[in-house]
Ligand binder design. Structure first.
Ligand SMILES: Nc1ncnc2c1ncn2[C@@H]1O[C@H](COP(=O)(O)OP(=O)(O)OP(=O)(O)O)[C@@H](O)[C@H]1O
Ligand SMILES: [Mg+2]
Length: 135
């Protein structure tokens, strides 16, 4: 998978399919884009690809949601962490969630909305996905 990907709303479903197929475990996806650009929609689409039973909503107030999932290619069990950092004030708050112990671990997939808020702390292996509004 490329280090940086761009998509608009129309490309979200296809991208979610591609990402789902590529998963091995340990991936970190940094979602960047304006309000309503499609970040949560992408996570929902990925959840669909992974056949998650749990309904995906934005973790706006709790900052982080955690689901169990199976990687389509290998059936390996992973924990999917979905974060929305829109309301985050600083990295300390994010660290307090335990994120730095979670991200990159082979049994986790981490997806971070508003990842630009912690851009300088993101691991080098993170894949940046840029969402562009169709306006
Ligand atoms: N339940 C829904 N029904 C119809 N359209 C929706 C629904 N939820 C979101 N949308 C639309 O889909 C688009 C993408 O929304 P989405 O929530 O994925 O954006 P986002 O990048 O996560 O935004 P935010 O920064 O607010 O979290 C927006 O145009 C939004 O209005
Ligand atoms: Mg969102």
């Amino acid at each position: 998978m490329d280090r940086a990907i761009k998509t608009d709303l129309d490309g979200i479903k296809a991208l979610a399919k591609k990402v789902a197929k590529s998963l091995k475990g340990g991936e970190i996806f940094a979602l960047v884009g304006n309000l309503g650009a499609g970040k949560t929609s992408f996570v929902k689409a990925l959840g669909k690809e992974l056949k998650l039973k749990h309904k995906i909503t934005s973790p706006t107030f709790t900052l982080m949601h955690n689901f169990e999932a199976k990687i389509p290619a290998t059936k390996k069990k992973v924990f999917l962490y979905h974060l929305d950092l829109y309301r985050t004030k600083n990295f300390k708050e994010v660290k307090a969630l335990g994120l730095t112990e979670i991200w990159g671990r082979p049994d986790t997939i981490t997806i971070i909305e508003w990842a630009d808020k912690i851009q300088k702390y993101l691991p080098a292996k993170a894949t940046i996905i840029k969402f562009k509004n169709n306006v």
